[in-house]
Ligand binder design. Structure first.
Ligand code: PMT
Length: 401
């Protein structure tokens, strides 16, 4: 699967270095050409010779040791790679890269790399949770770097928690997936909306819903993985932006409408995963409403239906809506497809356990024009998003859009 793929593995110092040796072995067995750079700390755990034997390539660790005088090693390695993986990545190397520091062979090469960079952290659970580390990870996410999340389990320091380097088999599987997925959306622009909206009542209160943003963020990540220029218009949620995605935060349905309008004209796909409020308070109180004796009532007015608006305006764009239903899922989804002039409606029955709002998994049926209908089993939202998007893009390519 990985024949002729050039993978540059940057190894930083932690006990998980031994797993990096297994990773080189797996990648090489799959046919990849692997080159390894080590930090000084990594060399305290495993000798470069081990990586040299596993990769059948020279191992690099000294910025000033130029093995080939016709090139500058760290620039040459950066240019050579189709994919750069940092595994294990310590808090130190993450912090340096997030702050643009290049003071050794690994970090100078990372700064010079234009190929996608994937970081697989491994550290103590409290280090991984430290606000500074979290800030640096968020910064790197925003810079378009993809993370392979550490798994949970026994850590070398004696703690049990999140911080174990992902298994080499799993990383190899992800690398395989990366290279086998064609960049189906290269040159295309995808706009995704995600999360809830907030409709203010007064300075301290608002109307909202249970959307966590997970499904929409997964759709945006899937679009970016397929090579799309991806714009994520997000209501208030606390998720990190997926790698390679431009995120625009909005608050209300009206804000979301304006942001979508700005991005719509030159977009190719618009995916409306957001749970947009259908109503907002008719009056926005400038000061906190005081409680009074007896009941109170709130007068509501309709918000703009963004999907409906896009359906009336659309030209070449493929318009994909979601539908959160509690009953008669198929009937309501099909009616939304028609009424909103969407190309697809992805319906979830939000009464099903582990599906819909807030969960990490979802179970959906997609409906399209011409009675197209396909159901998916319960899947993690990220995997489901990949399958949904691939299905839509391949169908649309057949329609020659
Ligand atoms: O965010 P999570 O916790 O992961 O949950 C995911 C989800 C359940 C929110 C998601 O899968 C989902 O179903 N999103 C759509 C929810 C919804 O608002 O459905 P709806 O049936 O009310 O609206 C239908 C479509 O019209 C949606 O694409 C919606 O974005 C759009 N709409 C709705 C109202 C409005 N004023 N403007 C809109 O554009």
């Amino acid at each position: 699967m990985l024949a002729n793929r050039r993978i540059l593995l940057c190894v930083s110092g932690g006990i998980a270095v031994y797993k990096a040796v297994a990773l080189v072995s797996k990648l090489s067995q799959a046919g990849a050409d692997v080159k390894v750079i080590m930090t000084e700390s990594a060399r305290q755990f495993v000798r470069p010779l081990t990586f040299q034997v596993m990769s059948r390539n020279d191992v690099f660790y000294d910025t000033f040791d130029e093995k080939d005088s016709s090139v500058i090693a760290h620039i040459d390695l950066a240019d050579w790679a189709d994919l750069v993986i940092v595994a294990p990545a310590t808090a130190n190397v993450i912090g340096k890269l997030a702050n643009g520091i290049g003071d050794d062979m690994v970090t100078t090469t990372l700064l010079a790399a234009t190929a996608p960079i994937w970081i697989a952290p491994a550290m103590n659970v409290h280090m991984y949770d430290h606000p500074a580390v979290k800030r640096n990870i968020q910064q790197l996410h925003d810079d378009g770097i993809r993370f392979i999340e550490p798994s949970e389990g026994f850590l070398a320091c004696g703690y049990v928690g999140k911080g174990r380097l992902e298994e080499p088999e799993k990383i190899t599987e992800l690398v395989n997936g990366f290279f086998s997925r064609e960049m189906l959306l290269k040159g295309k622009k995808v706009v995704v909306t995600a999360g809830p909206t907030r409709e203010r009542i007064d300075p301290v209160r608002f109307l909202t819903n249970f959307s966590s943003g997970k499904m929409g963020y997964a759709m945006a990540q899937a679009a970016a993985e397929l090579g799309a220029e991806t714009i994520l218009i997000s209501g208030p949620v606390s998720l990190p932006a997926p790698s390679g995605v431009k995120r625009i935060f909005v608050e209300s349905a009206e804000d979301m409408l304006q942001a979508v309008k700005t991005e719509f004209a030159d977009s190719n796909f618009v995916i409306k995963t957001a749970a947009v409020a259908d109503y907002r308070p008719k009056t926005l109180h400038g000061q906190k409403m005081k409680k009074q004796d007896g009941d109170a009532s709130l007068e509501l007015e309709r918000t703009a239906d963004i999907l409906h608006y896009l359906g009336t305006e659309k030209g070449k764009q493929v318009l994909i809506g979601f539908a959160a239903e509690t009953n008669d899922v198929s009937r309501y989804a099909k009616s939304k497809l028609e009424r909103k002039n969407a190309d697809y409606i992805i319906a979830n029955d939000v009464t099903e356990s582990q599906a819909g709002f807030e969960s990490d998994t979802n179970k959906v049926t997609i409906y399209g024009k011409g009675d197209f209908e396909q159901s998916f089993e319960l899947l993690p939202k990220q995997e489901l998003a990949r399958q949904l998007l691939k299905l839509i893009v391949e169908r649309e390519m057949r329609n020659d859009r």
